[in-house]
Each structure stands twice: as C-alpha cells, then as structure tokens.
Design a protein around this ligand. Sequence first.
Ligand code: ZN
Length: 248
Amino acid sequence: MKRSEFIKISGLAGLSLVIFPHFSFNILSEDFTRNQLIGKGNPDIIGDSYTSKMHKSAKEAFAQMKAAAARENIKLEVVSAYRSFQRQKEIFERKYKQFTGQGLTPEKAIGKIIEYSTIPGTSRHHWGTDLDIIDANAPRPSNVLLPENFHGNGAFCNLKMWMDDNSGNFGFFEVYTDNGNRKGFKYEPWHFSFAPVSIPMLKAYQEKINVKKMLREEKILGSDHFSESFISQYINKNILDINPRLLP
Ligand SMILES: [Zn+2]
C-alpha cells in the first residue's frame, strides 16, 4: 500500500470513530460498483419491503436510533427507504408521458418532474442509506411528507426536535436542509441519510458515474432532451447542493 493511501484509509477510519462513536466503518469509495450506485442491485441491501429495505449498516444504526427515540415516546417510522432504479424509472416515465401528453415540451416536462422527483439513477434512495422518517406516535396528517408537519403546531415537531439533537449521534443527517441559499431539491425535514455509508457512496458516484452517459445507456424516456448544461446544473444543484455534513 502506498503511503498516501494508508493515510487516507486510516484517516477515514479514525474520523468515523470520532464522529460516530457507535460505529467503526472503513468503507471506501472504491468499494462501490456502477450498479450499486444507480440502484440496480446491491448485496448489502437487506429487507423485504419498500420501508424495510436498507443498507445493512444503515439498518443497524436505524434500529439503535429507533430504540433511543422510543425512550422519549417517539416512534420512528420509515415511510420510504431503498428504491430501485426500475421503480424510479417507472415514476419518471409515467410523469414524462403525462406532462408531454398535456402539451408541455420535453424540456418543460423534465423541469416539472424534478421539482418533486429525481431522475432515475440519481436518487439517494437508490443507495439504501437514505430514509424518509415520521413519528408513528403522532396523529397522522393526511399528507405526511409536508414541511409544515415538522414546524409550528405540526404533528412531527417532537420528532424534528429529537432528530435535531440526536440523529447525528447515530450517523443520520438531514439531506435537503432548510437553508434559503440551497438550490436543487426543496426542504425535506423527513429525509435523513446515513453518513458513514452515503458519504463514500457520493464520492464514488462523483468518480464513476457520467450522468449523461448513464441516462443514454439506460434508455430513459426523454433522455435525448437532457442537454449538457441541464445535466451539469442538475449535478451541482440537485445532487451536490445538500447538507455540507454529507459531502465527501
Ligand atoms: Zn426521501
């Protein structure tokens, strides 16, 4: 092993021990394949449903966090965890057909889709590290994933306060924070990412995935209309303009 590699590896392991005392990880960006990064199969994803499929390390950490929250009368419930490439492709293409069918140009349709949905192959839910979380002990609003549920008199205020104080101790951080200067996806107080795995995955994603090429190869409907400038903006805003705590 070269000296520089040794420093990099031991540095990362040491860092994970300091920041995440419950876990000692030594996960490197080189460990991830193209398919793992775009949601097309990952042997480390375990679970059998939309809300229980997660990266095994995220699952373990989530179980510990859930137990700790339960002691404060908060019942962490996952409403969305791992999502496959195929599932995201179905969502994207259904909306693309719908919006272009209503007369929108392909470019406008794509712009409208990405207000709320990701382009297949670019979702953090593909990694099994990211979870949408609510409080099952609170009265359930008709639409659970709205920012107002987490503020003011919202049902999930206790959850929000507890997560602000504690989730980082278990390795989980909000991704799309309430920062007015942030571009890309809107504020999502329910969406958390397990940093010890998602940081190396994002690093690997940046190193290995050419988004434009990937979209062509995967024959996504509408991919002919993704311009070079659109893709680079999408990468800078929607993929990289996130909580700095989650950047490599
Ligand atoms: Zn989410």
